[in-house]
Write a protein that binds this ligand. Structure first.
Ligand code: DQA
Length: 144
């Protein structure tokens, strides 16, 4: 099982960005942790982060034939990017949407995800464990 873990805008600043909300784990440490967890499950994970919508869309397109599943935190694009929604719908690679924070406890505009309808499901509020939970789900689906 090969996972593509996509993170959108401002998630490169994890660790220093609003640590009370997003925690103190930096982006590089998150990727290292996810690669280790994937390996422990007998899987593989590649991480990609961009602050640019088009680069994320290109990465989604590029997942076809190269990855079994996408785990994506689209950041603020979650709330308004119909282009990312369409990209997820256009590819035959299942995706789980992850949010580190509990978006439902925050501002009203964060309550709506326009991208989640193209996903198998959405995990929010579990911190960085949400990415691990998503990988675990896909492993269970594949191997029972
Ligand atoms: C986020 C929640 C979004 O509302 C926000 O714009 C982010 C991070 C999260 O992981 O909790 O950038 O996706």
């Amino acid at each position: 099982m090969k996972f593509l873990i996509l993170n959108g805008p401002n998630l490169n600043l994890l660790g220093s960005r609003e640590p009370g909300i997003y925690g103190s784990t930096g982006y590089e440490a998150l990727c290292a942790m996810l690669k280790d967890k994937a390996a422990a499950m007998g899987a593989e994970a590649d991480c990609f982060q961009s602050n640019h919508e088009g680069a994320l869309i290109d990465a989604i397109h590029g997942a076809v034939g190269n990855y079994d599943a996408i785990i994506m935190n689209p950041g603020a694009f979650t709330h308004y990017s119909y282009a990312i929604l369409d990209a997820l719908k256009a590819v035959d690679v299942p995706c789980i949407e992850v949010h580190i924070s509990n978006v439902h406890q925050r501002e009203e505009f964060r309550h709506k995800s326009v991208t989640a309808p193209a996903c198998v499901g959405q995990i929010c509020g579990l911190g960085t464990f949400g990415y691990v939970a998503a990988m675990t789900y896909f492993m269970e689906q594949r191997h029972g």
